[in-house]
Design a protein around this ligand. Structure first.
Ligand SMILES: Cc1cc2nc3c(=O)[nH]c(=O)nc-3n(C[C@H](O)[C@H](O)[C@H](O)COP(=O)(O)O)c2cc1C
Length: 427
């Protein structure tokens, strides 16, 4: 379930949680890697549990221990009100189809913590709000959270006790970094020992949080201090981090370059440094290191093909990027068939859905790579891969995308809109 769908189910459950708060819980759960479990203290009728459950299911499916005695708060008990939210809780998480990932513990936080020996990667604390209980929740669960794990607390604005606990033990602590707040939720990453820079940053966010709360109390309209604080905070939150001068261009294509060697032996090599470089004449550029067999072949034959693999052919693509035609016959090893091209002196891969035949028109030496520019002489596509308009259908071909740096292959995403058209909405 995406955020929009999750919201529909969360809205049906009774509870006090804004959409922004729900979304942050969803994302925190989604980001869990499985270094520990997820714990929720205070589930009530399952509103926050649905957000967390759905996020986790969209991520690494980390199990969630939802802890609540389901008998209401001390306020309810004082008023002699009989409260029992467990049935409603079960119904709500079942409707939202997150019940398979949630383990309810019908206990107080203290009872549950006693025998709980699993490491915790993310905990959301929203139990009893009296100071001694919030502090107890912190003391009981903090040691169980792994370093790098996240602790989140609800109602840390306006509610005196959760506010004081996070101010003293999270914002001013030496064991948390990246403290943030979204509406009334404060969350932070636990670390063995934070740095002076982390502590200063945490104090700065605490200052913003106090300002935000103060502005809220003044009931100022939207274009006021409250918004300004959010703007400063958001800017802080989304500030880009410099990663240096690297080829981190996401994504690049995955192409197999087909060539013949001097003796006419066909070869293919995987490249990801490539792209269109001219429309008229239609040209494509690929960059190859001088050490590759393909480099010599292109120089010799002045031609190459670009063979576009489908997602299902990713293993062949990866293999052809590791083995060299100097030592092996990659066509035989990968069980693919070399076919002569009609227009150029280079072989193509029969099993691949789309082939671009290129004649070498230029080459430029750039650092350790030679940039080969090929004029496109023909594009050949399996008929089954064409759309109704007669053009290659990207979803049918399902080409592979590459992430440099992370060195990973990805599939093609979904259709987003018509080019030279959807942008008109802005003007
Ligand atoms: C995902 C991936 C991308 C690659 N991209 C390139 C590239 O853009 N340019 C290049 O020279 N080598 C690239 N390589 C490495 C070559 O494919 C590799 O050196 C191969 O063995 C060359 O084959 P050859 O000696 O038969 O020509 C890539 C390898 C992989 C796995």
């Amino acid at each position: 379930m995406n955020i929009e769908e999750t919201k529909k189910f969360a809205d049906k459950a009774e509870g006090w949680l804004s959409d922004r708060e729900g979304e942050i819980l969803y994302n925190l759960a989604k980001n869990c890697k499985g270094k520990g479990v997820i714990v929720e203290i205070g589930s009530w009728e399952g509103k926050s549990t649905i957000w967390i459950g759905s996020g986790s299911k969209n991520g690494n499916k980390v199990k969630i221990y939802a802890i609540d005695p389901h008998t209401g708060s001390s306020e309810h008990q004082k008023e002699n009100e009989k409260i029992w939210t467990f049935e409603e809780f079960k119904k709500n998480i079942k409707n939202a189809k997150v019940d398979d990932i949630i383990i309810p513990l019908v206990k107080t936080s203290e009872e549950a913590a006693k025998n709980f020996n699993k490491p915790v990667e993310f905990i959301f604390i929203d139990g009893a709000h009296e100071y001694e209980f919030v502090k107890l929740d912190f003391d009981l669960w903090f040691p169980k959270v792994v370093n790098g794990g996240i602790m989140a607390f609800h109602d840390t604005i306006s509610w005196k006790s959760p506010k004081k606990v996070v101010a003293d033990y999270v914002y001013k602590s030496k064991h948390f970094k990246n403290v943030k707040f979204v509406d009334t939720i404060t969350f932070a990453q636990k670390v063995e020992q934070n740095s002076l820079k982390d502590r200063l940053k945490n104090r700065y966010v605490l200052l913003l949080k106090n300002l935000y709360e103060f502005a809220g109390k003044l009931h100022l309209p939207k274009s006021n201090v409250k918004t300004i604080v959010y703007q400063i905070y958001d800017r802080e939150d989304y500030m880009k981090k410099s990663l240096g001068a690297k080829t981190l261009i996401y994504p690049t294509p995955v192409w197999l370059v087909g060539t013949y060697d001097k003796k006419g032996k066909p070869n293919v090599a995987t490249i990801t440094w490539g792209g269109v470089c001219s429309s008229k004449p239609p040209c494509v550029a690929i960059s190859l290191r001088g050490a590759t067999y393909t480099h010599g072949n292109i120089m010799e034959r002045r031609a190459f093909t670009i063979n576009v693999p489908s997602a299902a052919q990713v293993e062949i693509a990866d293999y052809c990027g590791m083995a060299s035609g100097k030592n092996v016959d990659k066509f035989a090893a990968a069980k693919i068939t070399a076919v002569k091209s009609d227009k150029v002196d280079a072989p193509s891969i029969q099993e691949f859905p789309m082939i671009i035949e290129c004649k070498l028109s230029n080459s430029i030496e750039i650092g350790i790579h030679t940039h080969f520019i090929g004029e496109i002489m023909d594009v050949r596509v399996d008929e089954a891969m064409l759309g109704e308009d007669g053009l290659p259908d990207i979803l049918k071909i399902n080409p592979i995308l590459y992430g440099p740096g992370i060195q990973s292959y990805y599939g093609t995403g979904k259709y987003l809109g018509k080019a030279f058209s959807i942008g008109k909405k802005i003007s």
